[in-house]
Design a protein around this ligand. Structure first.
Ligand code: CUA
Length: 399
């Protein structure tokens, strides 16, 4: 081999290896090779041997091709003898791959049917995608302590060791729900209900993200599934079933409640919130938001991310403490919610100041104010710094 060719081969191999190894990470939160639940393990049991077989075949074929390219390259030699047909080899080369594919097919079908089973469901959550966040609606399930429907967003809470059935749909375009540690992905399609099974072996926070391109902030449409012990889950449910309490008179938070009633309640529901005249404040996001929904904020501080799980409600230090917790302690730490010391004020304030600047929502900034009179995502409300101080104080009370 000439030095030049050697250099080219070495360079190309180096680049390929770099690209390949750049995909490696230790303890990556969305690593599909580290299953943490029955369904993800079922998928893993299929993909490991298939990858191994395909890998071996890939190596053999690549080596054979490279060998032939080098060994039989044109050196000006005479044309070799031309032959046609070798029935034994041709039949063998057809039957062998067919057998391998049939074998893979049998196991794939079995896995597909296993994953689509719904007969062993122990809990149901209705999951709705919209640009660019996920809403979780728990229908009443008294046997699980869910005596009234619960609505939350960003983070879905499930009890460990429980077969949860997600009933997915979408309010606008097609999205796709994927928590790699717990199962494969399933599209959320407007006008349809698709089911996806999830269960987690042990308590923890499992990250995922929308995997169907759904517009400008597709990459910011994240989600987390938080698995809690049955006891911690019961505590979470009990808290979610309570209404928000109005802050004490003459506090900054009380003034914030006023700002919220003026500005935010048009789209965001806070259960238990009352207008100045004592009547319940009911949000009407369908009048203002393209998708017809905005996150319910009754228990905002019980989750640790906001804006479609794109930003942390916890400061960096507190986040590391909760997300890095062992399976024994993560539940209690999660249930502590966002305390005053832990609140990521910087990002929350930036969001209240100008949400579209943090999460792209329109291609044309001139359309930021409205499209057909409706917003896509949270608009810039033009709040004063004073209002933001008050709002942050009020939002902090929504435990
Ligand atoms: Cu929702 Cu991509």
């Amino acid at each position: 081999m000439s030095t030049k060719i050697r250099r080219i081969v070495a360079g190309v191999s180096g680049l390929a290896a770099t690209a390949f190894l750049a995909g490696c990470a230790k303890d990556a939160p969305q690593d599909t090779w580290q299953p943490k639940g029955t369904n993800a393990k079922t998928i893993d049991d299929l993909q490991q041997p298939v990858f191994a077989i395909a890998g071996v075949i890939g190596v053999i074929v690549t080596c054979a091709v490279v060998y032939c390219i080098i060994k039989f390259r044109d050196r000006g030699q005479a044309m070799p003898e031309q032959t046609h047909g070798k029935p034994a080899l041709e039949i063998g080369m057809t039957i062998l791959p067919a057998l391998i594919l049939a074998g893979v097919g049998v196991f794939t079908f079995r896995t597909v049917f296993d994953l689509s089973k719904t007969s062993d469901t122990q809990m149901v959550v209705n999951v709705t995608g919209q640009q660019w966040w996920w809403e979780y609606d728990y229908p009443a399930q008294p046997e699980l302590g869910i005596t009234q429907p619960i609505i939350t967003s960003g983070q879905m809470i499930i009890p460990v060791g429980t077969k949860v059935l997600l009933r997915e749909t979408s309010r606008d375009v097609i999205h796709s729900y994927w928590i790699p540690a717990l199962n494969g992905k399933r599209d959320a399609v407007p006008g349809r209900v698709h089911t996806l099974r999830l269960d987690a072996d042990e308590p923890g926070i499992y990250a995922g993200q929308c995997t169907e391109f759904c517009g400008l902030s597709h990459a910011n449409m994240r989600m987390e599934t938080v698995a809690l012990s049955k006891e911690d889950f019961a505590a979470w449910v009990a808290n979610q079933l309570t209404n928000a309490k109005s802050p004490a008179e003459k506090t900054l938070a009380k003034e914030g409640e006023g700002v919220f009633l003026n500005q935010c309640v048009r789209c965001h529901q806070v259960n238990g919130l009352k207008k100045a005249d004592g009547t319940p404040a009911i949000a009407a996001p369908d009048e203002n938001v393209w998708a017809g929904a905005a996150p319910n904020l009754t228990h905002l501080m019980s989750r640790n991310t906001f804006a479609g799980a794109a930003f942390d409600l916890l400061s960096q230090k507190c986040r590391a403490d909760v997300w890095g917790a062992s399976s024994e302690t993560v539940g209690k730490k999660y249930l502590a919610g966002v305390t005053e010391e832990c609140l990521n004020q910087t990002d929350l304030r930036r969001w209240l100041r100008n949400a579209p600047a943090m999460k792209p929502m329109y291609a044309d900034p001139a359309k930021l104010t409205s499209t057909n009179g409706k917003y896509r995502g949270m608009p810039n409300l033009g709040l004063t710094e004073d209002d933001i101080d008050k709002l942050v104080a009020y939002l902090s009370t929504l435990k």
